[in-house]
Ligand binder design. Structure first.
Ligand code: HAM
Length: 447
């Protein structure tokens, strides 16, 4: 296991389990912004959103990601249900999306089917910077088309999103082709022959991988394994013509749209379902360590999962890592939850009047808080300061009698008395119509 020294004691008062975090309001602003960008770019390109369940039967992941992959051997949260069936929290979404494609007969939909998701995922990874046990990804899957123009468009879409978030310059695109499953089988045999007799120099993980997926030996980080890998037969010498043509065409499309890439023949990715194209976005300073996203083609997966042979290509990005990069670059996002108005009142009559006034102000798009308890007006004004409301509305006994309210500019410390039925109108003037929170989700339709 990645961290057998990890304490099993539960800390009291309770803390989150190791490797998982609360997403506090400050980070919610980043999440909201990123989700908006993703939704917008997805809609522009004809993608529709899907959410697969948080857990699936364990075999969904074993079969697709691969029995020998790190994810399946070490990182899955697996548990029996009440009938003893094995379930697993999703470590990624491609497997579930493909399961859903087959289960919901999406092969009857117009092809290719374009889906995207924004979801939490779970991996029992060793917690460290940028590596968590619950993390969010957004991802895109294009199912039902072989053309390399789709691989290129998907990469282009990812770049657009990184661009919208101000971080596209921090990463470079690593690109490779790993061939069709037939050519890979041939190459894997060549690798197994090459490693025969050298097993003793391999790390324990690689010894295990050798029989299951020898290609994973090529990107092992252990020194001895790296030396052997550097002398191993090269995959490029065993690639099939079809994959090479696909790769050349993809590169020409990337050149056409001006996307730079680094060809990396060692890039194999940690999930077994890939065929032909694989790619990752590497941090320019840290390399593969904190990849911001990755993906590739998986032309054999739908069939492997029990559907008809259907080509596909996809990509996913880690949202926490994106946020860490935005913060490192001092990129801020709009804060949508800052208050406009704090309402302070004195006496039960005033509070009664406030309730409708607060409702009226909120309906007008003013972000309003108040009528909170019985403290003196001064105490409530201090609260207004703490909540950083630019304006306060004060209603005391005199104001109730006269049918007025006081509007106080909290920064300038000046105030004016306004007729009760003009308060909202005056505050809208002061805040500015363009700053009102008037979001409308759209009309409901009744059939
Ligand atoms: P992946 O490379 O395993 O691919 O994950 C994609 C991204 O998720 C990574 O580049 C990273 O940014 C983020 N990520 C992965 N693990 C963690 C973690 N423990 N903590 C924080 N972030 C993490 C996939 O998951 C494939 N399903 C992508 C794909 C879609 N291929 C085809 N379609």
């Amino acid at each position: 296991m990645p961290d057998d020294k990890e304490s099993t004691a539960v800390v009291f008062p309770f803390q989150t389990p190791k490797g998982v975090h609360d997403i506090l309001p400050e980070d919610q602003d980043y999440f909201t912004y990123i989700k908006k960008v993703v939704r917008h770019r997805a809609r522009q390109a004809g993608f529709r959103r899907i959410s697969t369940p948080m857990f699936e039967y364990t075999d969904v992941f074993k079969r697709s990601i691969g029995e020998a992959s790190d994810i399946v051997t070490k990182e899955m949260y697996t548990f029996p249900d009440h009938k003893g069936r094995s379930l697993t929290l999703k470590p990624e979404s491609t497997a579930g999306v493909v399961r859903s494609y087959i289960q919901n007969n999406m092969n009857q939909w117009p092809q290719p089917v374009l889906l995207y998701y924004i979801e939490p995922h779970f991996r029992y990874d060793r917690p460290q910077k940028g590596r968590y046990r619950q993390f969010w990804q957004f991802g895109f899957e294009v199912i039902g088309e072989t053309d390399p123009a789709l691989d290129a468009q998907l990469i282009h879409l990812a770049m657009k999103i990184y661009g919208d978030l101000g971080i596209d310059q921090l990463f470079n695109l690593q690109l490779n082709t790993i061939g069709t499953s037939e050519s890979r089988k041939k190459y894997m045999q060549v690798l197994q022959d090459y490693y025969a007799g050298k097993e003793r120099s391999l790390c324990e993980d690689c010894k295990y991988r050798l029989n299951k997926n020898p290609m994973r030996l090529l990107d092992c980080k252990m020194e001895d394994c790296q030396i052997l890998a550097s002398l191993a037969p090269k995959m490029t010498d065993y690639l099939d013509k079809e994959s090479l043509e696909h790769y050349e065409e993809l590169k020409s499309y990337l050149d056409e749209v001006g996307i730079e890439y680094t060809e990396n023949p060692k890039l194999v990715r940690g999930l077994d379902y890939y065929t032909k194209t694989v790619f990752e976005f590497w941090d320019k300073s840290e390399g593969a360590q904190n990849a911001i996203g990755g993906g590739g083609r998986y032309d054999g997966l739908v069939e492997l999962m029990g559907g008809q042979a259907t080509p596909a290509v996809g990509f996913a990005a880690g949202i926490e890592r994106i946020i860490a990069n935005m913060k490192r670059e001092k990129i801020r996002v709009p804060k949508k939850d800052e208050l406009h108005v704090f309402v302070a009142q004195l006496g039960i009559e005033a509070k009664r009047k406030c309730l409708n006034l607060i409702d009226e102000m909120r309906e007008a798009g003013l972000k309003t808080m108040g009528a909170l308890g019985k403290g003196a007006i001064n105490v409530q004004l201090k609260l207004a300061h703490k909540f950083q409301a630019p304006f306060a509305v004060l209603i005391g006994i005199t104001e109730v009698r006269e049918g007025t309210a006081i509007i106080r500019d909290m920064k300038r410390g000046v105030q004016e008395s306004v007729k009760m039925d003009k308060v909202t109108h005056r505050l809208v003037e002061l805040i500015g119509k363009e700053h009102l929170d008037k979001y409308h989700p759209g009309e409901l339709l009744y059939s």
